[in-house]
Design a protein around this ligand. Structure first.
Ligand code: DGL
Length: 266
């Protein structure tokens, strides 16, 4: 058993979808979440910038003596996970990847849609996943520029959000997509809007449950799982504002104290 915290980060608020699941299934763990909102979105930045930010955030988490790291961001995973694993070989690092394998099991029509950021869509890792698990399946990929910003702004149902979703998803529906992989941790917060758009006809897949299960498996195997009283959740943002506090509490579904990520980490 280890009292040390688990570090979780995302470019912004999307990773709260992962944080919630981890807190639900591993309630005794002390969790530290970092929303790197000052630098969001990562998805249309160049690789070097994403690497630099991921590294800075992880340095802060290491200073907090974390026992494991969850990269709650598909984009940071495809760009930075290998680099971070090389740099911090003793740290347990769990990354995220789009749910291609489960989607292949779910689709009835054999047509899968993938929504993700530009960096994830063009990544080699996504190509590998498709090659490994979805060889005989039709894949429709869509980079969804603008959606992360809508979630960061707390606009889950606004006209602009609906319009962006319609532009990205309607062509997929016409092509017969029946299973949609949400390959960015911000998108689960748009599930209601997506379901409305597709009249609930499309199965939506995200990865908060399998990632949490994987984390738990590793902690148990290494004898590091914390049990007992409720663990605390420390929340940091690299760009904390009053508006953001409100949005975070809406997503977290409760009050939570948020701290500004200190310099020189932001
Ligand atoms: N939540 C991040 C992901 O899963 C969004 C990246 C971004 O900031 O563009 O990819």
């Amino acid at each position: 058993m280890s009292h040390r915290p688990i570090g979780i980060f995302d470019s912004g608020l999307g990773g709260i979808s992962i944080l919630k699941e981890i807190h639900k299934r591993l309630p005794s763990e002390h969790l530290i979440y970092i929303a790197d909102s000052a630098y969001a979105p990562y998805g249309d930045k160049d690789k070097q910038s994403i690497l630099q930010r991921s590294q800075k955030v992880v340095e802060y988490l290491l200073a907090c003596k974390i026992k494991a790291l969850v990269i709650a961001c598909n984009t940071a995973t495809v760009v930075a996970a290998n680099h971070l694993r090389k740099q911090f070989p003793d740290l347990i690092i769990i990354g995220l990847e789009p749910a291609i394998k489960p989607a292949v099991k779910t689709t009835k029509q054999g047509v899968i849609g993938i929504l993700a950021t530009e960096q994830t869509i063009k990544s080699q890792r996504l190509q590998q996943l498709i090659h490994t698990y979805a060889k005989n399946i039709r894949i429709e990929k869509q980079a969804c520029s603008g959606l992360v910003e809508q979630v960061e702004a707390g606009e889950f149902n606004s006209d602009k959000t609906q319009k962006l979703l319609a532009d990205y998803i309607n062509p997929m529906l016409i092509k017969g997509v029946d299973t949609l992989v949400l390959g960015c941790t911000h998108y689960p917060f748009l599930m209601d809007s997506i379901n409305r758009l597709s009249n609930g006809s499309v199965k939506l897949l995200e990865t908060s449950v399998p990632v949490t299960q994987q984390l738990q498996r590793i902690l148990v195997n290494k004898g590091l799982q914390q049990v007992g009283k409720l663990g605390k959740v420390d929340f940091y943002s690299s760009e904390l504002t009053a508006k953001q506090q409100n949005i975070i509490e809406k997503l977290w579904q409760g009050t939570i104290q948020i701290q500004q990520l200190p310099k020189p980490y932001c």
